[in-house]
Write a protein that binds this ligand. Sequence first.
Ligand code: NI
Length: 173
Amino acid sequence: MVREILIWPDPILKQKAKPVTQVDDSIRALVKDMFETMYAADGVGLAAPQVGILQRVIVLDTTPRQPESKPIAMINPEIIVMEGETTYTEGCLSIPGEAEDVDRAAVITVKFLDVEGQEQTLKCDELLAIAVQHETDHLNGTVFVDHISTLKREIIRKRMKRLKAEREEHPSA
Ligand code: NI
């Protein structure tokens, strides 16, 4: 089921998500919905708070709709090593149409539970490293515009408020 993606600013997107205590069928159903929602929106990552669920769950696929597509779900992800620096022009499904440069670690190691509840450790670079940092930020109530200048952020905030007002006027659009 494709779920509705919250648009920033939204109070839920500022909250810290709670750790998953048990990886059960309800979490697996959430993961399935999050993948469907992410692919429908042409995203490469999605965090549970973006669909209104304050649990520490993220999904990623940096090569969607390609033969090498590799969907990854991470439950309770924790970045344990950060190395190097890189800058990438990021976007976010909760901030549609906007993109800004954000400084991140270039290579990270992340520890997480998979959908079977097994602990995994993965070293990530390139876009996957960016995406894991961006999505784990969401679990801590942070979005990419929190990393840019106040001036740019306030301009984007105005555009998002206008977008939300338009969507309320024309719900089908
Ligand atoms: Ni995002």
